[in-house]
Design a protein around this ligand. Structure first.
Ligand code: PGA
Length: 257
């Protein structure tokens, strides 16, 4: 695994945006231009899957290609689904798994998330595993239990050796922070980061715990990006709303460079 410490990671989750190929091309070309001179940063863009072949993100040094979701089966009668093999064939390197919008609106369970994580390892895609609590769980001070449970279930059956050879990122995304303009305190972010490291160390040992990049997502902007990384001690960011505004996304990347 490459050293995750030095290289900051910024992932753009475009979600179901923009609506046209023309807009998507404009967005991508503005981002490319804006980050041309930026080094030592891993920028991953996850567009809607229909745009993937058209945008021709060729995994050059500046921008790598991600997907927002996938099915765990490699092929078959699963209407409307996209397989890991198809993503690989389309040059996708990373795949967001278990995003709270998938869990919330499309009934994705921890078991399904686990099957997807297993499938991404099998197909040599790097999973970006999303975990996080909702507001009620936060208010009931259940954050630690929720995160622990989600991570342990998602990684069920994944061996230490597999994590060593196939990377995985873990993104802490409190559901109440997504799209709300509200973020946790830096101390809260830091405490979840330490918790995730502890969980990983418990299952896989300290080396793996140190190597796996931990990201934060939820209302990230150019204003708060740097503090979240520094004060929250994060390896990177998963960005939704701000990633479809070229100027704002470039500001985030510049703030970390
Ligand atoms: P947001 O979304 O940046 O719009 O809050 C983050 C995400 O859902 O990954």
């Amino acid at each position: 695994m490459e050293n995750s410490k030095s290289k900051k990671i910024v992932i753009a989750n475009w979600k179901m945006n923009p609506s046209t190929l023309t807009e998507a091309r404009e967005l991508l070309s503005a981002v490319k231009k804006g980050i041309k001179k930026i080094e030592n940063m891993e920028v991953i863009i996850a567009p809607p899957v229909i745009l993937i072949p058209q945008l021709k993100i060729n995994n050059n040094d500046n921008i790598k290609l991600g997907a927002q979701n996938m099915h765990w089966k490699e092929k078959g009668a699963y209407t409307g689904e996209i397989s890991p093999v198809m993503l690989k064939d389309a040059m996708v390197k990373y795949v967001i798994i278990g995003h709270s919008e998938r869990r919330q609106y499309f009934g994705e369970t921890d078991e399904m998330v686990n099957l997807k994580v297993l499938a991404s390892f099998k197909n040599k895609l790097t999973p970006i595993l999303c975990v996080g609590e909702n507001l009620e769980e936060k208010n009931m001070e259940k954050v630690q239990d929720i995160i622990k449970n989600q991570i342990e279930k998602a990684l069920n059956g994944i061996l230490e050796k597999q994590i060593e050879t196939n990377k995985i990122f873990i993104a802490y995304e409190p559901i109440w922070a997504i799209g709300s303009g509200i973020t946790p305190t830096f101390d809260e972010i830091l405490s979840v980061k330490l918790l995730i490291k502890k969980i990983l160390a418990g299952v896989y040992g300290r080396n793996i715990a140190e190597e796996v990049p931990i990201l934060y997502g939820g209302s990230v902007t150019g204003q708060n990006a740097r503090d979240i990384i520094e004060k929250g001690s994060m390896n990177g960011l998963l960005v939704g709303g701000s990633s479809v505004k070229a100027g704002e996304f470039i500001n985030i990347i510049r703030a970390l460079s």
